[in-house]
Design a protein around this ligand. Structure first.
Ligand SMILES: [Zn+2]
Length: 182
């Protein structure tokens, strides 16, 4: 089960003198700026927007900006525009960005490794081929380097073909027997 949804966090509170609470008549109101953000397992993924509310410090009566005078709304909007969304609300975006960067770097390093293997073949390197001429679906096969002689290499043929790129080799895949038994 994945727990996700919207959360809200208070960013800033500023007193707003001159505003009379319509519920209790007190002149002790605050303007509060909240930010709502999307979370997955309570980890903030990305912020959505900033919201305003006017709260009475005496009775707690809360009003939305549209319920108050133009003057209050103006003041509240200015406050809202000055408040910055905290960076931690972008945690999810940060994690995704890191994963993408990690993916790019590791595929680059894999590419480098492949180039190294092709430029400098070593005994026991395993090459992986794709045969588009193969009439069956088993178009993938492997060759293992058994000797390197200058510009040419000897490869050991391999009895199995695959219908997909093998993720890893198993004991039964063959090559490992020749390693074990010489
Ligand atoms: Zn009040």
């Amino acid at each position: 089960m994945i727990v996700y949804g919207w959360n809200s966090k208070e960013l800033k509170q500023a007193p707003f003198p001159g505003h009379i609470c319509p519920a209790c008549g007190a002149e002790n109101s605050f303007i509060v700026v909240d930010a709502s953000y999307f979370h997955v397992f309570w980890i903030p993924i990305f912020p959505y927007n900033k919201k305003l509310r006017i709260v009475c410090g005496d009775c707690g009566h809360t009003m939305k900006p549209k319920e108050v005078s133009q003057e209050v709304r103006q003041f509240a909007k200015q406050l809202k525009s000055k408040v910055k969304i905290p960076v931690w609300m972008f945690s999810g975006v940060g994690v995704v960005t890191l994963l993408i960067v990690y993916g790019i770097i590791s595929s680059f390093l894999n590419g480098q490794k492949e180039l190294e293997m092709l430029n400098d073949p070593q005994v026991n390197d395993i090459y992986f081929f794709y045969d588009s001429e193969e009439p069956t679906e088993y178009k993938y096969y492997l060759r293992k380097v058994v000797a390197v002689r200058g510009a040419s290499i000897d490869v050991s043929p391999y009895s199995f073909s695959y219908n997909m790129e093998p993720e890893e080799l198993e004991m039964e895949d063959g090559f490992f027997h020749s390693l074990l038994w010489g």
